[in-house]
Design a protein. Structure first.
Ligand code: 4AD
Ligand code: MG
Length: 432
């Protein structure tokens, strides 16, 4: 007689019924009774195997199961008397795939070892929790923009030119046309789309040949980039704040089990939902950093340490705006009040996390952009198509990029961005 196959996440609804589970053995404790911790990707459950209730050969099999063996388990769903969690009182077990000498044991392992075994490390509870939260954030981002009237406009990955400076480009030969570069940002392709769709976004992988090892930098990361016509710096900060709150809200609502596995303190996330984000000009932020002991000077970009110092001192996300034009990208609109400044804004996450969003208002004057392109020694002919946006119905416009992995790192409170991607790419990491 066949019993219904059930996913662990639905087990509660089957209390008292006989069901079959399919999954992998996380752990077995063997005494007279045998306790199998089973996971199937949808959740975790304890399977109880006793000599009285289980078939003799299943009881015997339970005694020799190893970590990560794949099995099916059939039995009655009952409720744990103390925790109230469902568990399976096993009648029969079958071995689907054996697992001999699984390398990641319950003891502590070094990160280098775990990274080399990333394809197996994905099975651990903590990685499961992080990547499910990542999934929820991706869905939240898409829902947010789709519901807000933005049209998805995919930017290309192979591009002829730089968006964020030429020092972090990955190149690849492109037939007879010379080099193509992996996209650093889809922004330049969103801007022409505005005159067609009004509000657009792209969401995909972006690449930077970051030569430094930090806990914030990947060489391949996902970025969502909204762009809005007839919009200014203020609109960037309003939209970015709404998006961030929406993302946090979705995780708090839908990923309680995962946050618990990560032992995430929920108070700072709830705080982010309930407050208006702080704002500070770059100039004020530099003053504040000096007070906090940084040796930064006006005109310098924040280092990782500066962001950490600043955001350890804040109890909520912070917008820093109006940066020195000198270290910002060529496309930024200058501040009409002080042309040394660019109308850019970065959102820094609290708890020491730092930049999660970078964006701002785009230069709408053709002549200004031409001067910038010359000043940055970019090749004008690579940007003619982009300049057309300023020739035919140029309007004020603005947008930003939110780095998915940075958002995951903060929301999960991870010490390093490497655990936020299924297969992270960093300096010195191209395996597996
Ligand atoms: O501040 P960035 O460089 O801005 C841009 O690329 C703009 N063109 C975006 C736009 O306005 N459409 O990058 C945006 C965000 C950062 O705030 C950060 O979250 C993330 O992308 N980011 C990285 N994440 C991981 N690893 C890296 N190396 C990253 N570089 C940027
Ligand atoms: Mg930035």
């Amino acid at each position: 007689m066949s019993t219904p196959i059930v996913e662990i996440r639905h087990l509660k609804q089957h209390a008292g019924e006989t069901v079959t589970l399919r999954g992998w053995v996380r752990n077995v404790r063997t005494s007279k009774m045998r306790f199998i911790e089973l996971r199937d990707g949808s959740g975790f459950v304890q399977c109880v195997v006793s000599a009285n209730d289980a078939e003799p050969e299943s009881y015997e099999l339970a005694g020799r199961l190893t970590q990560e063996a794949a099995i099916t388990a059939t039995g009655i769903v009952q409720t744990h008397p103390k925790t109230g969690a469902p568990e399976l009182l096993v009648k029969s077990l079958t071995l689907v795939g054996e697992s001999v000498d699984y390398p990641i044991t319950p003891k502590e392992h070094g990160t280098a070892f775990l990274m080399e075994n990333r394809h197996l490390w994905l099975r651990s509870k903590r990685q499961w929790a992080i990547l499910r939260i990542r999934h929820t954030l991706v869905k939240a981002i898409r829902d947010f923009f789709d519901e807000d009237g933005f049209t998805l406009l995919d930017s290309p990955i192979l591009t002829p030119s730089a968006c964020e400076g030429t020092s972090t480009l990955f190149g690849t030969p492109y037939f007879d046309e010379g080099m193509a570069f992996l996209s650093q940002s889809g922004q330049l392709y969103q801007e022409p789309g505005l005159a067609a769709f009004g509000k657009t976004y792209c969401f995909g992988p972006t690449f930077r040949a970051e030569k430094s090892k930090t806990r914030r930098h990947l060489t391949e990361f996902w970025m969502v980039e909204p762009e809005m016509a007839f919009a200014h710096l203020e609109d960037v900060m309003v939209l970015g704040e709404r998006l961030t709150k929406f993302m946090v809200q979705r995780v708090l609502e839908g990923r309680q089990e995962e946050l618990k596995i990560l032992e995430r303190d929920l108070a700072p996330l709830e705080q982010a939902l309930n407050v208006t984000f702080a704002r500070m000009t770059y100039t004020d932020a530099v003053e504040k950093l000096k007070e906090l002991g940084s040796d930064i000077n006006w005109g310098e970009d924040f280092g990782n340490d500066d962001e950490t110092i600043l955001m350890n001192a804040m109890d909520r996300p912070l917008w820093v705006h109006r940066f020195p034009k000198a270290f910002k990208a060529f496309y930024m609109e200058p501040d009409p009040i002080d042309p040394k400044l660019a109308l850019g804004a970065d959102l820094l996450a609290p708890e020491g996390y730092g930049e999660v969003i970078g964006g701002g208002e785009r230069a709408s004057s053709l002549q200004y952009l031409l001067d910038q392109i010359e000043h940055e020694q970019l090749d004008r002919k690579d940007y003619e198509w982009y300049l057309d946006v300023r020739k035919y119905g140029s309007v004020p416009h603005a947008g930003f990029g939110l780095g998915l992995e940075r958002a995951v790192a903060w929301i999960c409170k991870l010490p390093h961005v490497r655990e936020t991607a299924p297969y992270p790419r960093m300096l010195g990491t191209l395996k597996p």
